[in-house]
Design a protein around this ligand. Sequence first.
Ligand SMILES: C[S@@+](CC[C@H](N)C(=O)[O-])C[C@H]1O[C@@H](n2cnc3c(N)ncnc32)[C@H](O)[C@@H]1O
Ligand code: SF4
Ligand code: SF4
Length: 317
Amino acid sequence: MAKTVRVCHYKKLKIKLNGDVYPCCTSYPHTKLGNIFDEDIYDKIENSDVICECPMFKSIKRTPEDKIDLDYIHYETSNICQATCVCCTQSKNKMPNENSHLSKIKEIIEYYKPKNIIAIGGEILVQDKAFNDLFDLKQKYPEMKISTITNLCVGKERLRKAEEIFDKMTVSMLGFTELTYKNEMGLDFNKTMDNFMDLYKNKKVKLSPKYLAMPTNLFEIIPFFNWAVNLDVEKIYLHCIIELEHIANFNTRFLYWTKTFEKVEKQIKDIFEKNQELLISKNKHFISIHKNLAEKLNISQEYIDSLNLNNIVKITV
Ligand SMILES: C[S@@+](CC[C@H](N)C(=O)[O-])C[C@H]1O[C@@H](n2cnc3c(N)ncnc32)[C@H](O)[C@@H]1O
Ligand code: SF4
Ligand code: SF4
């Protein structure tokens, strides 16, 4: 596929937890534009040239005709979260300058008025300032589309306000029974499911359920997928933790993990096959399966093609 040639930072900005600003999530060191606390950050954003190339884009030198018109600002809030997920890659330390960090980002958003905001914690739904800033932005600029990733395990008052803010939410789950969910995340499965179905029925927020598979919750990806595949949601993510390879040792004498994954493979493939027609009727990219998990479950591109699901199911990174 031909690459889109553009001035990348005139279309998207990614602001990291330390305030560094890049043109995209890849954040190659040579593409750093500055830091939100630089006095001349707006000049740096607008007067830098980013020469870069990736599989999708080629970023070229600006011309006087190019004007900044951001499709996206993607930013990170603090790692504060009410959950205790065993796999979480983030430290739970409070940011020393969280308030000024968030205020500066809000200022940058109001200055550029991007079409889309992607804000990710930690857990934004329990972070008062990050949450209220987004609420304020949505009130002022209702046309801005705001998305996040969340565990959704909050009280009804927060949920109602979240429904006002977010156009899209990806909801991460690390289990699909009360016990596993409690053990993996330290949260209440019924509360999350109740919230999910509450938003689902109201249809204001586009929802994408995401399962994060790991050895200790592996079998529950089956009831999760069975549930999610029948929902009218934006997308379903079947993902796995980054450490899967290291903690599931496939070279043991009696092939514990090989046999375990074979059982899961059979049942996941049954779901794909039973729902083949329903999936084809979605007519869009509907399921994203992480390549490491796809490999363990023998869900290859050939298998996807054999079910005529090549536009529906994508193996992603
Ligand atoms: C760090 S969380 C922050 C947002 C929110 N608290 C949540 O968990 O959905 C962002 C994403 O990272 C994923 N994640 C957490 N631990 C991971 C791990 N060890 N490997 C890969 N992804 C992970 C979660 O499933 C979630 O979708
Ligand atoms: S070319 Fe790709 S990696 Fe480089 S800045 Fe643009 S989007 Fe990012
Ligand atoms: S809900 Fe998200 S941020 Fe919170 S502990 Fe779990 S993975 Fe980490």
